[in-house]
Design a protein around this ligand. Sequence first.
Ligand code: AQP
Length: 329
Amino acid sequence: MNKPILISGIQPTGKLHLGNYLGVLKNFVELQNSDKYQCYFFIADYHSLTEDFNTKEKSKQILDLIADYLAAGIDPKKSVIFIQSAVPAHVELAVILNNFTPFGELRRMTQFKEKSQENPFNINAGLFDYPVLMAADILLYDAQFVPVGEDQLQHLELTRTLARKFNSKFGKTFIEPKPLLTKAPRLMSLDDPMKKMSKSQTAGCLFIDDKPLMIKEKIKKAVTDSGKEIRYDPQIKPALSNLILIFSALSNYSIKAVERRFKNKGYAEFKKELAEIIIKTLVPFQKKKKKLKKQTSFIKKIISQGNKKANGVSSKKLLQIKEKIGLKI
Ligand code: AQP
């Protein structure tokens, strides 16, 4: 029996942080290893062009992100790993879907509004159209599930809307995909619990490439709330709750168990153990990544095999779509 299809991607825009790791990457590996899905994981390099970039850095960022995928445990024998820009059907379907996407829907997208505010001198059409390319990324593979962070839910809702709209106009063509969230779908910044941990706000990020000393320093400096008690309460203690969530997501402890473990103990003790747990997860990952980064030809082979598979699946689907809308003679 065919397994349900699952797809997701990450942009090669710089080092991944703990939010990317706990929000998606760790989950990619767990979902893959559950053997319940046929998984596709891609490098969203076209999406990454929507913000300022350096041409020399871009190819390094792509290779680095593939190494992140592999070091975290994505296995090319189980999952298809590919590069978005090597699979032209994504862009072709985005061009088609553009014609069914109301301008007003795109204008109200939170990511577009936030990024436009952050970069007022680079509000480009690619950024505006980002959710349509994302819809194409997903719909081309008949994916039923998309593991994402909470910030991408609005885009995924648009994908579902476009699928429904297309299906009702041209007959059943697309599957409406569902999101898969982790228990840390929106990790907050270490220096401001009101802001999402975000690659573009490096000050509040703990990067998965950070070395143990840096991890200890960042956790020590992470803002906490007033009071002494180690208690999960996102309303009253948002900064501490974010740290408790990290502890829980990286250990076998539930939130309640973390609270029990640190009952009558102070912030300093909690933070010390938290740093140790993060280090215990990240050091083995970093070692694997270091080895992988030397194996460029191995990485290129995996990617060329993945690109081939993704092209095979997506070009067939694109042909069906073109037929439906009368573009095939
Ligand atoms: N703080 C977060 N908590 C949980 N999940 C997160 N994601 C991002 N930040 C958090 C999820 O990670 C996936 C990959 O993100 P991306 O690189 O494709 O795009 P992004 O959302 O733009 O990443 P950043 O770090 O937030 O970068 P900037 O600064 O560019 O905005 C996505 O599934 C995302 O939900």
